[in-house]
Design a protein around this ligand. Structure first.
Ligand SMILES: Cc1ncc(COP(=O)(O)O)c(C=O)c1O
Length: 397
């Protein structure tokens, strides 16, 4: 069968492939600890879920405008305005089926054949594919391991060409847990502005920041406006409010571009689900309850971060890792453990899954198959047991 060139380089999301295999083994009766998924293990806070149910019961079950219900777009804009300290026009907000669709809109509307898009690596697995679906070229750029792989202007300068049209950056990072400081982010934004490069900032983990007493990580709206050129800010409730299954995300950009995103959505998915928008409206308007539940989850993630770091040092002192400052992942290096038929992290993860029933994601999904990502969005017992099994596996291999 022949397919369109549109999907020539399309492959299934690598993180989904691993968690699917782990689920299958579990269904077959294996004792599997699945630490491969990229989602909080908490339930959606009750006050948000109730608003979704109320939405359904109250008839919010029909089409909405493609960029979302105005009340939700206004509520999101109000929170962005609060953050930025300057008015953020609600017509710049487009509500999508998850942050993933918001990122797709940006890549598809801004880039095309002949364009190069810099992708900060290790990257969230989907970025290069979104760029390729737009038939543009992803250019993967790694920072230094000693600096948690964070990019500097020198890294960007070395990777940029005349065809560079965009940069996709993610802080706090999935998979590394690295968090850019405001100064680092400002320097990057200023470089993008000077180079006339679109800056796409994925801030979906912004509220899961383990430093600064749990205050949100620096984002584009904290940057002095003079240093900010063309940008698309992507965020959403999936991670901060444990709402991955509701499929809500949003972008903010200038209204002219936001209209293009809305037009694109109107032709492919229309709006994201109306009840999910009703639930999200509660998350963005009931500020007090929302902030309390975000803080509660962040404290739990921070405690688990401390646990995972402590136990890694005790049980697996020979395994280097990036100290996670945000999100809920531990990114560790395994090439020193290769041997025999294990020549990459994909093989290493697959052996570990078969031998010990522990599912992690091989770093090939993030641009370097010498590394592995473990999610610590799990109970203390699961984290402890997974690390004990991994230590046994490492000793035995
Ligand atoms: C960095 C990053 N961006 C975006 C997403 C997608 O978010 P959503 O579920 O809102 O589409 C994820 C999900 O894993 C992610 O890790």
């Amino acid at each position: 069968m022949t397919y369109s060139a549109n999907i020539e380089r399309l492959k299934p999301s690598a993180t989904i492939a691993v968690s699917t295999l782990a689920k299958k083994l579990k269904e077959e009766g294996r004792d599997v600890l699945n630490l491969s998924a990229g989602e909080p293990d908490f339930d959606t806070p009750a006050f948000i879920a109730d608003a979704g149910v109320k939405g359904i019961r109250g008839g919010q079950t029909r089409y909405t405008p493609p960029p979302g219900i105005p009340a939700l777009r206004k509520a999101i804009a109000a929170r962005l305005t609060e953050r930025a300290g300057r008015p953020m026009d609600w017509t710049g907000v487009v509500v999508s089926a998850g942050a993933k669709q918001a990122l797709f809109n940006a890549a598809f509307c801004l880039f095309g054949p002949g364009d190069e898009v810099l992708v900060a690596a290790p990257y969230w697995t989907t970025y290069p594919d979104l760029v390729m679906i737009a038939r543009a070229e992803p250019v993967v750029v790694f920072g230094k391991q000693s600096d948690d792989f964070k990019l500097t202007v020198a890294d960007l300068e070395a990777a940029a060409t005349k065809r560079t049209r965009g940069l996709i950056i993610n802080s706090p990072s999935n998979p590394s847990g690295a968090v850019y400081s405001l100064e680092e982010l400002t320097a990057i934004a200023a470089w993008c502005k000077a180079r006339k490069v679109w800056l796409i900032s994925d801030e979906i983990y912004r509220s899961i920041n383990h430093d600064q007493g749990g205050a949100p990580a620096a984002g584009l709206l904290d940057i002095p406006e003079a240093n900010l050129g063309d940008f698309v800010l992507v965020d959403g409730p999936s991670k901060s409010f444990a709402m991955t299954g509701w499929r809500v995300g949003f972008s903010w950009c200038v209204t002219e571009l936001a209209k293009k995103f809305a037009d694109l959505q109107s032709q492919i998915t229309s709006n994201t689900s109306a009840p999910a928008q009703a639930a999200s409206l509660e998350a963005y308007t009931n500020v007090k309850a929302a902030d309390a539940s975000v803080a509660e989850m962040e404290v739990a993630f921070r405690r688990r971060r401390d646990l995972v770091v402590k136990r890694m040092k005790e049980l697996l002192p020979s395994v280097p890792f990036v100290y996670p400052h945000g999100a809920f992942y531990l990114y560790f290096r395994v090439d020193q453990l290769f041997g025999g038929d294990i020549t990459n992290a994909t093989a290493w993860c697959s052996k570990l899954l078969q031998a010990e029933g522990v599912a992690f994601v091989p770093g090939g999904a993030f641009g370097d198959d010498n590394w592995v990502r473990m999610s610590y969005a799990a109970s203390d017992e699961t984290i402890e047991e997974a690390l004990r099994r991994m230590a046994r596996f490492v000793k035995g291999s």
